[in-house]
Design a protein around this ligand. Sequence first.
Ligand code: MSP
Length: 506
Amino acid sequence: MYLTTAIDYANGSPHLGHAYEKVLADALARVQRLKGEAVYWVTGLDEHGQKVQQAALAAGVAPQAHCDGIAAGFQALCGALDISHDDYIRTTEPRHKAVVAEILQVLYDDGLIYKAEYTGFYSVRNEQFVQPKDRLEDGTWPESYGEVVSLTEQNYFFALSRFQDWLIAELKARPDWIFPAFRRSQVLEFLKEPLNDLCISRPITRLSWGIPLPFDNEYVTYVWFDALINYISVLGYPSGPLFAQHWDSAVHVIGKDILVPPHAVYWPIMLHALKLPLPKQLIVHGWWLVRGEKMSKSTGLRVDPMELVAAYGSDAFRYYVLREMVLGQDGDFSQESFDQRYKSDLGNDLGNLVSRLLHMIATYCGGVIPAPTLREAPEMALEAFFKQTIKEIPAAYARLELHKAIEETFSLVRAINRYAEERAPWKLSKDPHAQAALNTTLATMAEGLRLAAVLLLPVLTQAAPRILTLLGQAPSAPWSAEALQWSRSCLTGAKVGEKPILFPRK
Ligand code: MSP
């Protein structure tokens, strides 16, 4: 799988939405790797265009220096969230600019880019011409357009409209191309109206911060046309070995606001015009709201992922966003729900289990995991529950139901806790005749915990390897049938580590 996220605009620092998208793609990449499948996964920064030029101007720095600062912030976020990407592409890098120029020239030479005059209404904020039909009844424009002005310009256009029928047929032939499925209907709905050709240039008199058109240096490239190309420039298109190796298996993770038209209309048509295959899938997530409201610069409503990570750790952040958001729908952030998940799921259910178990193995068994000599009703019930539930987890990931996969994994953790309550090893330890039951209980709990930790590897990238190490195991294990099977012997004799505090009280 070749996995990408949207590349973030370099016009502000990262917020919860940017962080979520990276964690989501990272978890998917880790699942792939655990299943033994090769993954190449990239993210990056979208550095050109009006918004970035304006942000740099407002900050009083040159655009490149401004972007360098923003890039450092986004890259620090990736580090803080334990993102395991293979490359990070910035659209001001020469390797990207060269590919954009080459593609423009090819399309120009093929007659698919042409010059024309255009008069229309232009949204300064969105950097695009808007349609008269979008006007509200009172004659004003939707607030999201910002200032709208009338503009006449000579510009270059990409012949999108020529490919409209092709695109509709393609979409109809690929029912699974967009996840979730209901989003495909939105695209088809959009395509019921005739497509306009796409204006892909901006006169440098109006915007200088962009990639110059190779055939006319009075213009720079429209930022979306430039940005989408990152998905292939980062692979070294056209001749790089990574491109040959990975493009066929591309999966783009994006937010719902950038599906129509950029990813579902411009991008497939650009690829088709270049005689390239389409990506295999678009995974479209919803938006994070904060108490039901959109985050925005103007209202100041904003959740800073770096602050959360600094206070609770990367695992807590990753766990919260993946467990709380149903992929494809909108999600709601609140500090209370974050605290609640941290305290009850991570602290009580998982953290206490680990420290309690390690403490008991240290105290009752000299720090060595004993052999489970008995197999009575409580053990059989736990094993059966594990067997049934474990089957569901990789399947839920494959269906992109990450919240479900995590919920199921935590049901395993809770089942171990219930089993421990039932067997009450702290009582068994006081009964000299109950040695076999005590050993069996601790060994059974340890095996359950091993399996839960293996299944938590894509999410809890710090705690899961740590738990495995504390159980005397390698920090990672593939999701092979063997590693995911309940074993009565694989931990026997392993020396455990000292009890940790994985999720300290806040
Ligand atoms: N630069 C373009 C993408 C170009 S891709 C070739 C862009 N950048 S962005 O910074 O505005 O958004 C980056 C990603 O973050 C998008 O996928 C967007 O949907 C996502 N999010 C931005 N705000 C969000 C939330 N509040 N919630 C979840 N994700 C959201 O668009």
